[in-house]
Ligand binder design. Structure first.
Ligand code: GSH
Length: 219
């Protein structure tokens, strides 16, 4: 399998965690978003939406959208599962994952930032206000959900990691990079710390990748 990804991409981070949890080897093909490589013809052929990640199977099947990729990997390699065993639990775990992947993250992507600054002429302080606003909105929603539900355990749903934790990990990592204080979100922080203590999560961290810029790379 070829995994088209970028070290800093939160959606790539999700798929890296799932690949690690399931022990699946891939050939990583870095696509440098900062250099605009995701908008080149070569990558457009793989994903016309010009977003990372994409996973290309050995038979040429191209998979795109991180949550669709997680579901695919989970169906093809069921152990360990990325979703709870029961139908209600699956709906809840998917719902938490979508709170990040469908509501929060799209507002923070490079293409949105480019439009805000390049076309709408937002200055840096206002861009930062935008990023902080939508990041904390999602953190607050996650905190309310996790702290209020009896199904929350050591992880977002019970005591094993699911795709909900995979998505939460990326969002909190972004929040920390934005130097947002997690004190108002103690349940989110507890679940994040529990997840990131797992080798599959830690090894997938944006700052732990071979292509992470030298000065930023975690040793
Ligand atoms: N919903 C998509 C999000 C994909 C996405 O926006 N990826 C970002 C990196 S995390 C990207 O490639 N952005 C390029 C851009 O915004 O120009 C998924 O989950 O795969």
């Amino acid at each position: 399998m070829q995994f088209f990804s970028f070290w800093r991409s939160l959606a790539s981070f999700r798929v890296r965690i799932a690949l690690n949890l399931k022990g699946l080897p891939v050939e990583v093909i870095p696509v440098d978003i900062d250099a605009g490589a995701h908008r080149n013809d070569a990558y457009r052929k793989i994903n016309p939406q010009m977003a990372l990640p994409a996973l290309v199977e050995d038979d040429g099947t191209t998979l795109f959208q991180s949550l669709a990729i997680l579901e695919y990997l989970d169906e093809k390699h069921p152990s360990p599962p990325l979703l709870p065993a029961d139908i209600k639990g699956r709906a809840r775990a998917r719902g938490i994952a979508l709170m990040v992947a469908c509501e929060g993250h799209p507002l923070l992507t490079p293409r949105v930032r480019r439009y805000l600054t390049g076309t709408l002429n937002l200055d840096q302080p206002r861009l930062q206000a935008w990023l902080t606003h939508w990041t904390t909105e999602t953190l607050a929603a996650l905190e309310a959900r996790l702290s209020g539900d009896a199904e929350t355990g050591r992880f977002c749903h019970g005591d094993v990691p699911t795709m909900a934790d995979i998505c939460l990990a990326g969002h909190v990592t972004f929040a920390l990079m934005q130097q947002i204080d997690l004190a108002p979100y103690p349940t989110v922080k507890r679940v994040f710390d529990t997840a990131m203590a797992l080798p599959a999560f830690a090894a997938a961290h944006p700052l732990a990748q071979p292509e992470t810029p030298e000065g930023m790379r975690r040793k």
